[in-house]
Design a protein around this ligand. Structure first.
Ligand code: HEM
Ligand code: HEM
Ligand code: FE2
Length: 445
C-alpha cells in the first residue's frame, strides 16, 4: 500500500468473502433439492426459486463488491494520488451491503421481480443505482483530478461504466415477454462476456505489472488487442441467447459465428500471460498468488471458452438450451473467470494493505484452499455436465416427460452435491486464510 486511502479496499474484501461463504451454503441447499425429496412444508416456506435467487444474487453481489474494492485499491496507484472521497467509499459499502441484506430477506417473503439473477425489486434497484453513481463519481473524480491516464485504468473505467449502463436495461419490465428477455440478456450476457471481461483484463494487467515489474507498455499493448476482440465478439455474441426467443432468424447466424470466436481473446490472454511471465521474471513469488493467477486463466478459458463453445452453436443449443449443460458451464465459467479473479486480487492486495515485508505471506494452508475449491468446482461442473447430457438425451431426443427424465439424473446431482461439500471445505479454508493472513516465516532471510 502506497496511498493511505487504498485501505478502503479491505472492508470490501472482507464483506465479499463472507458473502461468498453464504453463496456456497445456498448452493449446497439447491443441490440437495435435486436428489432428495424435500418435505412439502419446507418447500412451501422456502421454495427452490427463493434459494436459487439467494445463491445467484449473493454471487453477483460479492463479485461486484470485490471488483469495487479492487478498483479502490488500484486507482490511487495508477493515478498517483489519493482517492477523492474515502469516507464516501465506506458509506457506499454500507449502503450496498444493507441493500443486499434487505433484498435477501425480501426474497424470503416473496418480494422479487422474478427475472433470474435480477430478482431484486425496483425500489432497491434505485438504491443500487445511487450506490453505483457514488462509486463512479469517486473513481471518476480521482482520475480526472490526477490528470494521469493509463490504458489499465482506462479499460477498467470503460468496463465499470459499461457495467452500470447495462444494469439500467434490466430495471424496467417490458410487457412483451420476448422483449423483456431480449433486454435481460443485455445485462447478463453483456456483463459477463463484455463489461466484466474488460474489468478482468484491466485488473489482471495491473497485477502483472506490479508482480513482475515489467514495462507496462508490454502488457498494455496486449490489453488494447484483447479489449477490441472482447467488445467485437462479446457484443455480437449476444446472439447466442437469441435463438429461441422470438427474435429474427438472422440471430442464428450472428450468434453462431461470433460467439464461436469468443474464446479466442481468452486464449490469447492465457498464452500471453504465460509468455510475459516466462520471459521477464526469474522467480514467481509469492507462489500461491501465481497458482491463483494461472488457475484463473486456465479455468477462465476452459469454463467460458470450451464449455461455452460446447453449446453455443444453434444446432447443439437446440437440444441443450436451459438444461443442466447450461448450469455446468455457468459454474465453471463464473468460478474460473470471476471467483478466481477476485481471490487472486485479494491474495495480491491484502499483504500490501497489511504492509507485509516483500509482500510475502505464510502460504501453507492457502494451497489447500485453492485445490479443494478448484477441484471441487471442476468435479461439480463435470457432474452437472453428465446430468445435462443425460437430461438432453432423455427429455429432448427420446421425448420423455420432464419429471420422468429427472429420475436417472438424481445420482449425478448427488455426485455434484458431494463435490459441493469439497468446495465448501475449500472456501472455508481460503476465507479463513485470507482473513488471517500472516507475514511469511523468516526463512527467506
Ligand atoms: C466468463 C465468461 C462467462 C460466464 C461467467 C458465463 C456464464 C453463463 C451463465 C451463468 C449462463 C446461464 C444463464 C441463464 O440462462 O441463466 C450462460 C449461458 C450461456 N453461455 Fe456463458 N458465460 C461466459 C462466457 C461464455 C462464452 C465465451 C460462450 C461461448 C463461446 C458462452 C456461451 C453460452 C451460451 C450459448 C449460453 C446459453 C445456454 C442456454 O441456451 O441455455 N458463455 N453463461
Ligand atoms: C457448493 C457448491 C455449489 C453447489 C452445490 C451449487 C449448486 C447450484 C444449483 C443446484 C443451482 C441451480 C441450478 C438450476 O436452476 O437448475 C445453481 C445455480 C448457480 N450457481 Fe451454484 N452451486 C455451488 C457453488 C457455486 C459457485 C462457487 C458458483 C460461482 C462461482 C456458482 C454459481 C452459480 C450460478 C451462476 C448459477 C446459475 C446457473 C444458471 O442459471 O445456469 N455456484 N448452483
Ligand atoms: Fe452469452
Amino acid at each position: 500500500m502506497i496511498y493511505r486511502t487504498q485501505s478502503v479496499a479491505y472492508p470490501y474484501f472482507v464483506v465479499a468473502l463472507l458473502l461468498f461463504v453464504l453463496q456456497v451454503l445456498m448452493g449446497l441447499w439447491l443441490g440437495i433439492n435435486y436428489f432428495a425429496t424435500i418435505p412439502q412444508e419446507i418447500v412451501d416456506a422456502f421454495p427452490f426459486s427463493t434459494a436459487r435467487a439467494m445463491h445467484t444474487n449473493l454471487l453477483v453481489l460479492w463479485m461486484l463488491l470485490g471488483f469495487m474494492g479492487a478498483t479502490f485499491y488500484l486507482v490511487p496507484e495508477e493515478t498517483g494520488s489519493e482517492l477523492a472521497w474515502p469516507k464516501m467509499a465506506i458509506a457506499q459499502l454500507v449502503i450496498l451491503t444493507v441493500t443486499g441484506v434487505v433484498a435477501l430477506v425480501g426474497f424470503l417473503f416473496g418480494w422479487t421481480q422474478g427475472r433470474p439473477l435480477l430478482e431484486i425489486p425496483r425500489p432497491l434497484d434505485v438504491v443500487v443505482v445511487i450506490g453505483a453513481l457514488m462509486f463512479l463519481a469517486n473513481v471518476g473524480v480521482t482520475i480526472i483530478r490526477a490528470k494521469r491516464w493509463t490504458a489499465t485504468q482506462g479499460s477498467l473505467l470503460a468496463g465499470l461504466v459499461f457495467l452500470a449502463v447495462m444494469y439500467l436495461f434490466g430495471i424496467p419490465f417490458y410487457e412483451n415477454i420476448s422483449v423483456d428477455w431480449y433486454y435481460w440478456w443485455w445485462v447478463i450476457h453483456l456483463w459477463v462476456e463484455g463489461a466484466w471481461e474488460l474489468i478482468a483484463a484491466a485488473i489482471t494487467a495491473f497485477m502483472l505489472i506490479k508482480l513482475t515489474g515489467v514495462d507496462r507498455r508490454v502488457v498494455e499493448k496486449w490489453l488494447y488487442v484483447e479489449l477490441g476482440l472482447f467488445l467485437f465478439t462479446g457484443i455480437a455474441g449476444t446472439g447466442h441467447h437469441y435463438y429461441w426467443l422470438g427474435t429474427p432468424r438472422y440471430w442464428l447466424w450472428v450468434g453462431g459465428i461470433f460467439s464461436a470466436l469468443e474464446p479466442l481473446p481468452i486464449l490469447l490472454m492465457v498464452v500471453d500471460t504465460w509468455r510475459d511471465v516466462r520471459d521477464r521474471t526469474t522467480r514467481l513469488e509469492p507462489r500461491l498468488t501465481w497458482v491463483y493467477m494461472f488457475g484463473m486463466v486456465i479455468l477462465h478459458f476452459v469454463g467460458a471458452g470450451l464449455f461455452g463453445f460446447a453449446h453455443t452453436l444453434p444446432a447443439i443449443n437446440y437440444y441443450t438450451h436451459g438444461s443442466q449443460v447450461t448450469v455446468s458451464h455457468g459454474h465453471l465459467a463464473f468460478y474460473g473467470a470471476y471467483a478466481l479473479l477476485n481471490l487472486t486480487f485479494f491474495y495480491f492486495a491484502i499483504p500490501r494493505l497489511k504492509g507485509m515485508p516483500d509482500h510475502a505471506y505464510d502460504e501453507r494452508t492457502g494451497h489447500w484452499g485453492f485445490w479443494l475449491m478448484s477441484l471441487g468446482v471442476l468435479g461439480l461442473s463435470l457432474a452437472f455436465a453428465v446430468a445435462g447430457v443425460l437430461q438432453t438425451y432423455l427429455e429432448r431426443v427420446q421425448g420423455q416427460p420432464y419429471i420422468v427424465s429427472q429420475e436417472p439424473i438424481r445420482l449425478w446431482m448427488l455426485i455434484a452435491f458431494l463435490h459441493g461439500l469439497v468446495v465448501l471445505a475449500g472456501v472455508v479454508v481460503t476465507v479463513r486464510h485470507l482473513l488471517t493472513l500472516k507475514p511469511a516465516a523468516a526463512q527467506h532471510g
